[in-house]
Ligand binder design. Structure first.
Ligand code: ASP
Length: 438
């Protein structure tokens, strides 16, 4: 079988001509980098605007019937500067004309956003001398708007088999009625994973502007150590809790095939980055693999004597949440108390309805709702074998004078979730990092 790597480049890696040159060097350095998935041009400097955001706001104006000439010109200009700086013999004028007319005829927000990757892939394909392969008619969603893996594999795999090299736009595909649909933001990572699966690649390289995952958020801990290896499941836990390097849904297409993902830095290609694998015999250097956390949670705490022996108590509480269409994050319980942790934004405005419903269903002795909670996930495959991990976390937090409001150990012993007050969040993250990572 032919050696194949699928390489996906994020928006900052393709933000201007200089970045395009780095990308081309990376691709040409390895002949097995056959299928290239491209994002739309991202930010060139911190205050810059991503093309995808420019497209959304331009389309919003167009759909209100307002004049959108200056917004559209700014988008054209971004591409034209890249084309000129790369000295390419290419004009996108016909494309721009068609897209502008489609905006005026309400072609849809997803169509609008998808043009960022579409145009950038045309430019990159020309620069590399590779064919451009659009995903329309190759990458499918079903009637309900969910990604349709079977249909996609049955069309994309034979198509890729006819090509030696290709540049493929990330982020979008076709609905059954042939309209365009995008994934959620950052979704080019998912396209890369789908292409890796369809091409049966040995490796999926995901290139962006950081050298992989770090053990903790660098805005909280100075120069945190990198994570060299991460399992798919650890990645899910960390991404869910706020680690944003890679789209959390992008592991699904490659997971069953066990295709490893390597997170790499376009600006420092020599750095090894993070390898994401299905499983590994390597234990990480530390007991924990990573720490991630988020603010913005609320806890509903319900007290009732003899709760523990009341059949269906938990179900009734969850039914009350379900009635208001609410998901819950965690549900730690004591003998006579039970807390349900929910995302604060999701319950805003519905507090009274939810509490009334719980009261009707469970007749609690006391109930309260507490906002401004932060959750921290301490994640590590090494925790299963190590004793005293929770004790170490408690010690670190006690020394930092942080009050623990909740603790929940996942049944897989892969993570421990800690709830603290939002004002203690940064202090708690640093304390946990420092006790495990020296
Ligand atoms: N360009 C899209 C976004 O900004 C998709 C992506 O870059 O992955 O979200």
């Amino acid at each position: 079988m032919r050696d194949t790597k699928v390489v996906k480049f994020g928006g900052t890696s393709l933000a201007d001509a200089n970045q395009f040159k780095k990308v081309a060097d990376i691709i040409h350095a390895d002949k097995t980098r056959r299928f290239v998935v491209a994002s739309a041009p991202g930010k060139r400097f911190p205050e810059d605007t991503k093309i995808t955001d420019m497209l959304y706001s331009c389309y919003d104006k167009a759909s209100k019937g307002e004049n959108f000439d200056s917004e559209f010109n700014a988008i054209e200009e971004r591409y034209n500067v890249i084309i000129k700086d790369l000295s390419l013999d290419l004009s996108l004028d016909e494309e721009f004309k068609y897209i502008k007319a489609s905006f005026a005829h309400s072609a849809g927000r997803d169509y609008a956003a998808s043009r960022g990757e579409y145009l950038n892939s045309i430019v990159l394909a020309r620069y590399l001398g590779f064919p451009f392969l659009d995903t329309v008619g190759l990458l499918y969603f079903n009637e309900s708007g969910e990604f349709d893996l079977d249909r996609t594999i049955s069309t994309l795999t034979p198509k890729l088999a006819t090509l030696e090299y290709a540049v493929i736009p990330g982020f979008y595909g076709s609905m059954p009625n042939d309209t365009i649909k995008t994934f959620s933001r950052g979704g080019s990572d998912i396209t890369g994973s789908i292409v890796a699966r369809a091409a049966n690649a040995q490796l999926y390289e995901n290139w962006n502007d950081v050298s992989g995952f770090l053990i903790c958020d660098p805005r909280i801990v100075k120069d945190p150590k990198p994570i060299t290896t991460l399992t798919y499941r650890e990645l899910r836990e960390l991404s869910y809790m706020g680690a944003t390097v890679f789209h959390e849904d992008a592991i699904f297409p490659v997971r069953t095939m066990g295709i490893p993902i390597n997170i790499k830095n376009t600006n420092h290609p020599e750095d090894p980055g993070t390898m994401i694998v299905s499983q590994t015999v390597d234990s990480s250097k530390y007991v924990i693999t990573g720490i991630a956390g988020k603010k913005g949670f609320s806890a509903i705490t319900i007290e009732k004597d003899m709760m523990n022996s009341t059949v269906g108590f938990g179900r009734n509480v969850l039914r009350a949440l379900e009635k208001s269409n609410l998901c819950f994050e965690h549900m730690p319980s004591g003998i006579d108390t039970l807390s349900v942790i929910v995302n604060t934004d999701s319950i805003k405005g519905k507090e009274k309805i939810v509490l009334d419903e719980i009261t009707t269903r469970t007749h609690p002795d006391h109930m309260e709702i507490e906002d401004n909670l932060a959750l921290i996930a301490v994640v590590g495959r090494g925790m299963r074998k190590a004793r005293g991990t929770a004790a170490k976390i408690f010690t670190a937090l006690a020394q930092a004078k942080v009050n623990i409001k909740m603790i929940d150990q996942g049944s897989s012993e892969l993570s421990i979730i800690i709830g603290v007050s939002e004002e203690d969040f940064e202090e708690a993250m640093s304390a946990i990092y420092n006790i495990f990572v020296q």
